[in-house]
Design a protein around this ligand. Structure first.
Ligand SMILES: Cc1cc(C)cc(S(N)(=O)=O)c1
Ligand SMILES: [Zn+2]
Length: 259
């Protein structure tokens, strides 16, 4: 089946051309997480995510995903612990998905694809004053990746689904993103990587949750009803396959917080 998907995937054109040069190039994301190649690190601490729903501000379509943005001018919604030395502030979350349930995630686990992947983006507020600074620094960002699989309806996600399609900026408040985390947030893989969309800067400590969350087929179908281009710009293309192809691991080690 994977061969079938790979063949099929070659017919899927990424929504932006892979630049010939990427910054650095030896720690690009996403990657395949080979479970047997990952190394258990007993020194990894528990992850502490403390999110205040009052910092949720708006939802909008940035052309290749929809982002839910948070007020990151204070330390109200933070992430620390796990592989992180500093305290990071939540600034936004978004998703990547496919045109069907066979693919859509950016990371894979032993080459297994999920239909979608959530990214919760945080920046290092101990070291930098603004996200825009942190995004250029190698310890600047921490992104939690959560796989989505098709199953029962996700009650928490429904509030977000009902707010779509967010054309331009739509007010969206009091959403607690911890409802999108799996029960066991202390079973994760972590590695040094990059943004998976331009500017592809190698600033990200990735924390990929082992346990996926379940969402319904219909909830994913709403993601696929979104549009890449806003209607007035001519042809309407449905927003699907907004994921980057896997990048070489090079000489990186993937650590796991669990055996
Ligand atoms: C649009 C976007 C912005 C940011 C900061 C990070 C990402 S990703 N996919 O690397 O998590 C995407
Ligand atoms: Zn992303």
């Amino acid at each position: 089946a994977v061969e079938y998907m790979k063949k099929n995937l070659t017919s899927v054109h990424p929504m932006w051309l892979e630049p010939l040069e990427v910054p650095g190039g030896d720690r690009q994301s996403p990657i395949d997480i080979s479970v047997r190649k990952s190394v258990f690190d007993p020194n990894l601490k528990p992850l502490v995510a403390q999110y205040d729903p009052r910092t949720c501000q708006q939802i909008w379509n940035n052309g290749y995903s929809f982002l839910v943005e948070y007020d990151d001018t204070t330390d109200k919604s933070t992430l620390r612990g796990g592989p992180l030395e500093d305290q990071f502030r939540l600034c936004q979350f978004h998703f990547h998905w496919g045109e069907n349930n066979d693919w859509g995630s950016e990371h894979t686990v032993d080459r297994n694809l999920y239909p979608a992947e959530l990214h919760l983006v945080h920046w290092n507020a101990d070291k930098y004053a603004l996200f825009e600074e942190a995004v250029m620094e190698e310890n600047g960002l921490a992104v939690i990746g959560v796989f989505l699989k098709v199953g029962k309806t996700h009650e928490g996600l429904q509030k977000l689904v009902d707010a779509l399609p967010a054309g331009s900026v739509v007010e969206f408040t009091k959403f607690d993103p911890s409802c999108l985390l799996p029960e066991s947030i202390n079973e994760y893989w972590t590695y040094a990587g990059s943004l998976t969309t331009p500017p592809l800067t190698e600033a990200v400590t990735w924390i990929i949750m082992k346990q996926p969350i379940e969402v319904s087929h219909n909830q994913l179908a709403v993601f696929r009803s979104l549009l890449f281009t806003s209607a007035e710009e001519g042809v309407q293309k449905s927003m699907v396959n907004n994921f980057r192809f896997q990048q070489p691991l090079k000489d990186r080690t993937i650590r796991s917080s669990f055996t």
